[in-house]
Design a protein around this ligand. Structure first.
Ligand code: ZN
Ligand code: ZN
Length: 209
């Protein structure tokens, strides 16, 4: 494995922000910067990486709070699936939760299933995995055997579907058709909690039995 993955749990519900770097070129992506833009940018600098893009798995407030600060400071493009645009525009439900947040910029890149994003020599495939939100995506690096799954699949858990736009049947088909079809040794970096693997969850996840 050559990719550099740095995990930064941020904010009140410890949302995992990921720095994904290609050591050869130094190019990197920030995935789901939920809060604390200055802390994320400091981690990027410390790791000797150059940010190319900010990627969102989905637009819930706990995944987008650091976007504005990072985009303002670096000018890098923001990428999101268009079906999560309405959610982004209402700040991921922050208002309903009574959480103050600064406005999030509009995405520059609208993600589509099967699209491939290049971060140096890394190739991130867009997997469309709705159900937790209507426009949820996962970022899959096939050669590295890693997937950034947001709030779809957790160690011993699955994403909640009781929030606006959630749908249980849709989530289950996303899991079965898009994630559980990946090789067993694929490492899953989730939106919350510890990393896991597809094989472990296929065997042990009580929600997938
Ligand atoms: Zn979420
Ligand atoms: Zn979350």
């Amino acid at each position: 494995m050559t990719a550099k993955v740095i995990i930064l749990p941020l904010g009140p519900i410890q949302t995992n922000c990921y720095l994904l770097g290609d050591p050869a070129s130094g190019e990197a992506a920030i995935i789901d910067p939920g809060w604390d833009a200055p802390q994320v940018l400091a981690a990027v600098k410390k790791a000797g990486l150059r940010i190319k893009i900010v990627l969102l798995t989905h637009a819930h407030f706990d995944h987008i709070g650091g976007v504005a600060g990072i985009v303002e400071a670096t000018g890098v493009p923001l990428a999101l699936h268009p079906l999560d645009l309405p959610l982004l525009r209402e700040l991921g439900g922050a208002k309903a939760w009574g959480i103050p947040m600064e406005p999030c910029p509009e995405p520059d890149i609208l993600l589509a299933p099967g699209q491939v994003l290049e971060i140096g020599s890394l190739k991130l495939e867009i997997l469309f995995v709705p159900g937790h939100t209507p426009g949820h995506v996962a970022f899959y690096e096939r050669r590295e055997g890693i997937v950034f799954g947001g709030d779809v699949l957790f160690r011993q858990g699955i994403g909640r579907t009781d929030l606006p736009g959630g749908n249980y049947a849709t989530l289950m088909s996303s899991l079965r058709e898009q994630l559980l079809t990946l090789p067993d040794d694929t490492i899953v970096y989730s939106g919350h909690g510890e990393p896991t693997t597809i094989g472990d969850e296929r065997r042990e996840n009580p929600f997938l039995a």
